[in-house]
Design a protein around this ligand. Structure first.
Ligand SMILES: [Zn+2]
Length: 224
């Protein structure tokens, strides 16, 4: 589904996967649950591109629903992979970067507990470590924004030229707007709030989250 020119979201997958189109190829943000590579590559094909056009895969964090198909996608495309050091270490170990709060209640957590044995991410050695305010040559300059809280090494990505913020799970969206990371799956709630504040100050007009609809006219909708 097209969001704006050169920015797409893969339909019909559990966690949102965004596709950014540049002259030199495609960049994916996040990689979905295990076994979602077929749907992702079918959507790439519907854009008139092939797997080998995917040049970069950026991971916001190492949760299974964001890195599950990474190994398969990397193999099919030969894309370079990118994450923060903390999340890259977790991806290389094939496990999440933090324990899910055992006292927290969430449907997702229960689902993961029940389904965990069936879903496991294949470990991947991430090619490039992202951090600071690094700028990637994507969408006219895609800025890495460190947004710890949901996980310790979570990053978001901001395209100032387009006013688009890809916030991973640092915030979730629904029909009512934008919310913080869900309590039951948040590593550090105070840092998660700081990360929301930091992102609210970027001046993004479009927010693309890991779960939920794209929010347009985002100014004033941040959960401060
Ligand atoms: Zn997550």
């Amino acid at each position: 589904m097209k969001i704006i020119d050169n920015v797409f979201v893969v339909p019909g997958v559990v966690a949102n996967i965004y596709i950014l189109a540049d002259d030199d190829g495609l960049t994916l943000i996040d990689a979905g649950l295990p076994r979602s590579e077929k749907k992702i590559l079918a959507y790439v094909a519907s854009l008139g591109k092939s797997a080998s056009d995917v040049k970069r895969i950026l991971l916001t964090h190492s949760d299974l629903d964001h890195v599950g198909a990474l190994a398969a996608l990397q193999k099919a495309s030969g894309a370079r992979t990118y994450a923060s050091q903390i999340e890259a270490d977790a991806i290389a170990a094939g496990k999440p970067s933090r324990q899910i709060n055992p006292s927290g209640f969430s449907l997702r957590r229960i689902l993961f507990t029940v389904m965990g044995p069936f879903f496991k991410a294949t470990p991947v050695q991430v090619d490039e470590i992202l951090g600071g305010d690094q700028i990637l040559p994507v969408l006219g300059g895609l800025r890495v924004v460190e947004t710890p809280g949901h996980t310790p090494g979570h990053i978001s990505l901001f395209a100032p030229a387009l006013g688009v913020l890809f916030c991973g799970d640092s915030m979730v969206t629904d029909e009512n707007g934008i919310r913080g990371s869900r309590p039951g799956v948040t590593w550090d709630e105070a840092r998660a709030r700081e990360s929301v504040q930091k992102q609210a100050e970027l001046g993004a007009s479009i927010v693309c989250s890991g779960h939920g609809p794209v929010v347009k006219d985002a100014a004033g909708k941040f959960p401060l």
